[in-house]
Design a protein around this ligand. Sequence first.
Ligand code: DC
Length: 227
Amino acid sequence: MSNTISIAIDGPSGAGKSTLARSISRKLGYLYVDTGAIYRTIGYYVFSKHLDPRDPEAVVSALPEISVSMRYEEDGLQHMLLNGEDVTAKIRLPEISMYASAVSAHPAVRVHLLEMQRALAREHHVVMDGRDIGTVVLPDAQVKIFLTATPEVRAHRRMVELEQRGTPEPYEKVLEDIRQRDWNDTHRAAAPLRQAEDAVLLDTTKLDFQQSEEALLCIIRKKIKER
Ligand code: DC
């Protein structure tokens, strides 16, 4: 049994998981693991090969050609390597979100990536964010948080983020994509997005970044003290 501490943060896209998880991991001195980036890397490969991300056979037969690894650089960023190439920036292109969501629905893809995620949590104290961390990847995590906000607020935050990245998209399109991804991620049979029974719900609709971070740290401190 591992004696590392794991903080699992799950929730829909745009709830603020990655920004908050990155920031609290720095404060706690834990490793931040963005599992969405791992699915995005598979999605990017499928996109670059012009495969249909919803076709299980096409995606599964591509898996042996895909080697995904991660590297933490001095900038503190989790860099994603796809067959040795750094694809950290490419996986953030707006069209890759839907590819990641589609490929992540195939059970074989999830199994393929499971051990990589668990190994990181065995070796480090982690803040890991995703959709199924508290339910499937790390069911024994000491702290589980389900982070959410209304689709409208999440779409607005995502729109600002896309603008800052230099890939702006109109609000209506971003909102439609968020709703579509919410539906995909919660309705798939394999490890759907849902709140673990022992997760604490944190709704950030009315909270700014600092308030959300304080609320998150408060939940974490309380849970770790209770152990
Ligand atoms: O967090 P993100 O938006 O970068 O994730 C991209 C997609 O990857 C998301 O729509 C669903 C999938 N995903 C998943 O199925 N399981 C995870 N643990 C993380 C992401």
